[in-house]
Every structure is written in C-alpha cells, then in structure tokens.
Design a protein around this ligand. Structure first.
Ligand code: DGL
Length: 276
C-alpha cells in the first residue's frame, strides 16, 4: 500500500494500453496503475456473468491499490459489466469510488467523423451482441446508420503476439470484407475494441483509402480530461506525481513487459498480481 491515489486503467489484457497511451500523453501529471487480466483474456466470447465477475474482481483490486477512479479501457467490459458495477456494486462497496467506460464517450462523438452518415463498428462478439453501440450512437446521432461486425479472432491473435505476422492478414481481411459488404456507403470504421489499434497497419492496408479508421484512445483521453474538469472533487483526490505502475494477473511478467514495451513505446516493468 502506498499513499498514492492513482487513476486505475483496466483491460482484459494488452488492449487497454492503446487507451492508456493516449491518456498518459494528454494527462501526464497523474499517477496511474494499469491492470491487465492476461491470465483470463480474452473476455470477448465469454458470458455476461463471467465478464461481470472478472471485471468487478479486477476493479476491486485497483480500489485496494488506492485508485478512487477506474477506467474500463475495454469495450467488452464496458458493454457487459459497467452498468451493474455503477448501479449496484459500487453502492454496496464504496459509493465515493467511480468507474467509467469507453463506449459512451466514443458514441458521443463518432457520428461527427462520418460524411455519409454510415459507420461500421468492429468489436468482440460480446460488444456486438450487447447492441450497446447501436443504442448509444442512436441516442447521440439518430441519423447515423451503424453496421456491426464481430471479429472474434483478432484479440487472440494480438494476445498471442501474432498480430504483426503475415498469418494475421487472412483474418484481418475476412472481417473487413464482411463489414464492408453490409453497406457500400460506410465511410468510417470505428475500432470498438481497445486491442484493435494494434492491427491498425494491416486494417488500413485492406480498406479503400476513402475509409476513415478511428481508434478510441484519443477520444477516451479527451473525455477523461473533460470529466476531471467537471468533477473537481474527484480531481482533488487523485495524486499527481506522474508515476506509472503495471500489473498483470499472468505470472509471465516477462511476456507482459515485452508486449507492453512494444505497444507503449516505453520501458515497462510489470508486477504479477495473483487472482484470489
Ligand atoms: N480489449 C477488449 C475490448 O475493448 C476486448 C478484449 C477481449 O476480448 O478480451 O473489447
């Protein structure tokens, strides 16, 4: 235990690092703890109950490490666990803590990226089946048509370090072809899984140039900045010594460090945090 009160960033594995990177760039002064549940990733194909249980366990670990605020840097967890955590779990445990997700901030702005008013949303099976993006985007942009596509093999490719190998190309092209086949008017593709930016080069290579590909990191970072501005009571609680700590539920911290260093572009030394 330290006297730090960091912002907690949670993902099932490595994907949240793409969001953390944007957050740490925009708000470098805060203390951060990143927690990846690599031992149990991917979450994407798991049931509602399992995703909620895993996510809530990890959120509580971050609370125990002193975080008053946790960002679920994972669409699957945001789609399947956030509401129960916000509306039930927090009230039972500590109503002064806050947990925020990535879907709403993304839905709030994504309609502005499209001229044709047709967006393709790529996510895990869990995110797509939840219908969260359809509902949320429709709230903010009722005139925008959303086509969804699940890409169930992308996260396993990334978690296993195969995303930049030639073998990944077949599955990248397959899901892109499937989403583009839904409507020729799509001009914007939202990467609604925090892992997918790691496939960005390949995704761009298989899409026509006119298509805008939008990762969420910068959107979520801007939204967090705005949240902290609107909630000075939370901002005051957070300590600001610019420290970063990394935890993984996998005992292979060497593997985590290797991936995370590559994804973040800075040296990462993680610690193992065993699941209870
Ligand atoms: N990174 C997570 C997301 O944004 C999903 C990864 C997983 O399937 O575990 O949805």
């Amino acid at each position: 235990m330290t006297n730090k009160r960091p912002i907690g960033i949670f993902d099932s594995g490595y994907g949240g690092l793409t969001v953390f990177r944007s957050i740490a760039d925009l708000l470098p002064g805060y203390d951060y703890i990143y927690l990846g549940d690599n031992a149990r990733a991917p979450y994407g194909n798991r049931s509602f109950n399992t995703i909620h249980q895993y996510t809530w366990e990890c959120v509580q670990m971050l609370f125990d490490m002193g975080c008053p605020l946790v960002i679920l840097a994972c669409n699957t967890a945001s789609a399947k666990a956030l509401r129960t955590i916000q509306q039930r779990d927090l009230l039972n445990v500590d109503p002064s803590k806050r947990v925020l997700g990535v879907i709403r901030p993304t839905a709030e702005v994504i309609g502005n990226y499209s001229k044709s008013k047709e967006i393709g949303v790529l996510g895990t099976k869990g995110t797509v089946q939840s219908g969260s993006y359809l509902i949320e985007i429709n709230n903010f942009f009722p005139d925008v048509k959303v086509s969804q596509q699940a890409c169930p093999l992308w996260v396993p490719l990334i978690e296993n370090g195969e995303h930049d190998k030639p073998g990944a190309d077949y599955f990248v092209k397959k899901y892109l072809d499937q989403v583009m086949a839904q409507s020729a008017k799509i001009d914007t593709i939202l990467l609604a899984c925090t892992h997918y930016p790691l496939l960005l080069d390949k995704i761009r290579a298989y899409l026509p140039q006119r298509i805008k590909v939008v990762p969420q990191g910068d959107i979520v970072a801007e939204s967090l900045k705005d949240y902290l501005h609107r909630h000075p009571e939370m901002d005051k609680k957070l300590t600001k010594d610019g420290t970063r700590q990394f935890y993984t539920t996998s005992d292979d911290t060497g593997d985590f460090d290797h991936h995370a260093t590559m994804f973040l572009g800075e040296d990462v030394k993680s610690s193992y945090i065993p699941l209870k």
